[in-house]
Design a protein around this ligand. Structure first.
Ligand SMILES: [Zn+2]
Length: 559
């Protein structure tokens, strides 16, 4: 084509976006649209054709794409964002958490005992009672409890209650007995059985010791599994999460996802990190990565393993001992050789490696492993290896993210949940240097993918937006934010929950921004989170969620 003609053609295309392809199926107009696309960050209207975005622009221009069958929605000035991503959540865990006792925010141990007593009253003898997300830091007595009250509350039912970080469990006598745990039981590698002065288990189990009891819990049936998945799916759509990076699924769960996608029931897009022993991973490696299943509803091209535990239970592996427990510097929950072996095998098979690292020792080990494997497997740098959490970093490791093309997969609400006690665990100097250092990472050139780690934290992305922007807890503490120089701007926050999360999933060509040609995933909000006072973000709700051009959630009017 002649150059001048070509230029004219481009101009016309821009002025009447994609009009030559026929009318749109769906139009939102009269909106405040934040696109996450730097080429056109703001717009008033968006047109969808099929499952893709046809055009983004002014209301007047976009309404030109209206045909007789077009569904037209007047947003009446509401804010529209690209569909939000959670780059690190536990999808099954979310579903399961909607089925078990929810202990988050309980005011005392006695309150939990009461909840268990009421559940036990209606449970069959021997039936397991499960709960999650207790945190002794929320109680007047901030020590780990012992099992006696729990044992009295449910004498005939084993009870298994996990801590908010998932790295400790509180159990009763029936559960200890079911596992055969006594004073003679040795601590397993990478775990700890908390004991009284006589050496008897108190009921608190840390990290790998949790398995001693949890392995006795009957596994869920296929029907229960699918119910959990669909509970999580409904919750995600309601919260405006159009894509979730599932941080640890086994083959059985992947097969369930496929079945539910095939039958059209599961609508949230899932980016799966496989988690399991090499024997489970190997068939996936042999078959190669699945980059697009069910029209971009599922990708299976990543592997997750944990390097260490969590900070709250002092299981995070630190270079120097805990400031509030000299002599303890945390635990590596998997030997470095295993992390290396999985990273090597995954990289050779073209899978992205995602390693959980909280403490600075674990983070150092992970970056060393990534560096070593990148030298050994040509091209593996392009797999965008991921450091899940990247919480406590030694200063020397911060520039290694950009250098090694490693994604910092972080969860803003972890910082604001941990801020009451993290300085006690770490001391001010370590927190200042490398604790939740979002801006230091961005300035070093790293990509941050944001998320929540649900159900460890609440899945509601509004809490993550608020925490990213303020570094305050929901009550507004501390007044200026915790290390306010590490806050993200609203634009940086939006990108971390959209385009950069999509990048972390190798999906930025199809997802992550409202750009013509990309899949039409978007959310309409009750308030403009990019403009309102930060506190208002907390009460912002999703009024409509669209995935692939289809409305998958609509708030009932008035709610
Ligand atoms: Zn996690």
């Amino acid at each position: 084509m002649h150059k001048a003609l070509l230029a004219l053609f481009v101009l016309v295309t821009l002025a009447t976006p994609a009009a030559q392809d026929g009318p749109a199926d769906l139009i939102f107009h009269n909106a405040k649209i934040y696109t996450s696309d730097e080429a056109m960050p703001r717009a008033e209207a968006v047109a969808v054709r099929g499952d893709r975005i046809a055009a983004v622009g002014s209301s007047a221009d976009i309404l030109k794409l209206k045909g007789s069958a077009t569904k037209v929605v007047d947003a009446r000035g509401a804010a529209i964002l690209p569909g939000l991503h959670d780059a690190h959540g536990h999808f099954m865990g979310l579903g399961a958490s909607l089925q078990v006792l929810r202990l988050r925010g309980t005011a005392s141990w006695e309150q939990i005992v009461g909840m268990v007593r009421r559940r036990a009253a209606s449970a069959r003898p021997g039936e397991w009672i499960q709960g999650r997300s207790w945190d002794q830091n929320d109680w007047p007595v901030k020590e780990f409890p012992t099992h006696e009250m729990l044992t009295n509350a449910a004498p005939n039912n084993p009870v298994y209650l996990t801590r908010v970080d998932g790295h400790a469990a509180m159990v009763n006598k029936a559960a200890l007995d079911a596992a055969g745990l006594t004073k003679d039981t040795k601590d397993p590698e990478g775990g700890r059985i908390i004991r009284d002065p006589q050496g008897n288990p108190t009921g608190v189990l840390v990290d790998q010791a949790m398995r001693l009891v949890s392995r006795n819990i009957p596994s869920v049936s296929q029907a229960q599994l699918e119910e959990q998945i669909l509970l999580a799916d409904a919750e995600a759509r309601k919260l405006g999460l159009t894509m979730v990076h599932d941080a640890g699924a086994n083959t059985e769960v992947v097969e369930a996802y496929k079945r539910l996608i095939d039958s059209g029931k599961l609508q949230t897009r899932l980016y799966v990190m496989l988690r399991g022993p090499m024997a489970m991973l190997q068939p996936h490696f042999d078959n190669g990565p699945i980059t697009n299943y069910g029209n971009h509803h599922l990708a299976v091209r990543a592997v997750k393993i944990s390097a260490d535990g969590a900070l709250g239970s002092r299981g995070a592996a630190l270079l120097e001992p805990y400031s509030d427990e000299p002599g303890n510097s945390g635990l590596l929950v998997n030997p470095p050789e295993e992390v290396y072996a999985q990273t090597l095998a995954a990289s050779k098979a073209g899978f992205q490696m995602c390693v959980h690292a909280i403490g600075d020792r674990a983070n150092r080990m992970v970056m060393d492993t990534f560096e070593r494997v990148q030298k050994e497997v040509p091209g593996s740098r392009n797999l965008r290896m991921r450091n899940e959490h990247s919480q406590i970093l030694d200063a020397a490791d911060i520039p290694r993210f950009a250098k090694l093309n490693v994604i910092a997969s972080m969860q803003a609400t972890h910082a604001t949940s941990d801020l009451p006690w993290a300085p006690a665990r770490l001391g001010d100097a370590r927190v200042e240097e490398g604790g939740y250092v979002w801006q230091k990472l961005l300035k070093s050139g790293a990509i941050i993918a944001n998320g929540s780690d649900f159900p460890v934290e609440e899945p509601n992305p509004m809490l993550g937006l608020y925490a990213s922007i303020t570094r305050q807890d929901p009550s507004g503490k501390p007044p200026n934010g915790w290390q306010p120089d590490q806050r993200l701007s609203r634009e940086e926050t939006l990108r971390s929950f959209t385009l950069h999360a999509a990048f972390a999933a190798h999906a930025e060509k199809d997802l992550g921004s409202l750009t013509p040609g990309k899949l039409a995933d978007l959310v309409v909000l009750s308030k403009d989170v990019m403009a309102v006072a930060p506190k208002e973000i907390l009460s912002t709700t999703v009024t409509t969620t669209v995935i692939g051009g289809k409305v998958v959630y609509e708030a009932k009017s008035g709610s």
